[in-house]
Design a protein around this ligand. Structure first.
Ligand code: IMP
Ligand code: MG
Length: 178
């Protein structure tokens, strides 16, 4: 069953059940790794809000949550420029941060955002992403600590991710129909 968003048809590639099983297992892993560390989940808006809300409820250790909104633009001269729309709070120093991302594509957003976070003097920073596209990665030095699914270099929507602002509410993950 394909769904239409504007001019494009999308077909499911990862079901709701598969996502929920993966989120549960990531939650279990994070709970074990962060027991007694009181981590702060830092959610990258907008895309990661759906994943983060399920992941946060799959954690059974004390944790806080906060939100940031950034975007990166790759100019014609290659290096990406970061725009910070909602900045991280100053209270993150000395804390264990878990950066929650929906998808790592080129890696530009995180590559440029990490130094901003590092300047806040957190105790540790790790990245959890639901999806990654290894073939699209332009910053191989970007280390992701927890990854849900690796997918081919194809555009996806659903479970928080959008095409022109729509499709975020789809409970599964869809890709462009060939
Ligand atoms: P990057 O900076 O190239 O790694 O891209 C990161 C951001 O672009 C993600 O957080 C998403 O918001 C968005 N993005 C990348 N790939 C996709 C996709 O296939 N569908 C929807 N959004 C995407
Ligand atoms: Mg995103």
């Amino acid at each position: 069953m394909s769904v239409l968003i504007f001019d494009k048809a999308f077909v499911p590639i990862i079901s709701e059940q598969e996502i929920h099983a993966k989120v549960k297992s990531l939650g279990k892993q994070l709970s074990a790794d962060y027991a007694a560390l009181n981590p702060v989940f830092l959610v990258l808006l907008k895309g990661a809000f759906v994943f983060a809300s399920d992941l946060f409820r799959a954690i059974n250790v004390p944790a806080e949550i906060d939100f940031v909104r950034v975007s990166s633009y790759e100019g014609t001269h290659s290096s990406g420029k970061l725009q910070v729309h909602l900045a991280p709070g100053k209270h993150l120093s000395g804390r264990h941060l878990i950066l929650v991302e929906d998808i790592i594509d080129t890696g530009s957003t995180l590559f440029h955002f990490l130094p901003v976070l590092q300047s806040l003097q957190a105790e540790s920073i790790r990245i959890v992403t639901l999806l990654s596209k290894p073939e699209a990665l332009l910053y191989p030095e970007l280390r992701t600590d927890y990854t849900g699914f690796e997918i081919p270099n194809q555009f996806v929507v659903g479970y928080g991710m959008d095409y022109k602002g729509y499709g975020r509410n789809l409970p599964a993950i869809y890709t462009l129909k060939q």
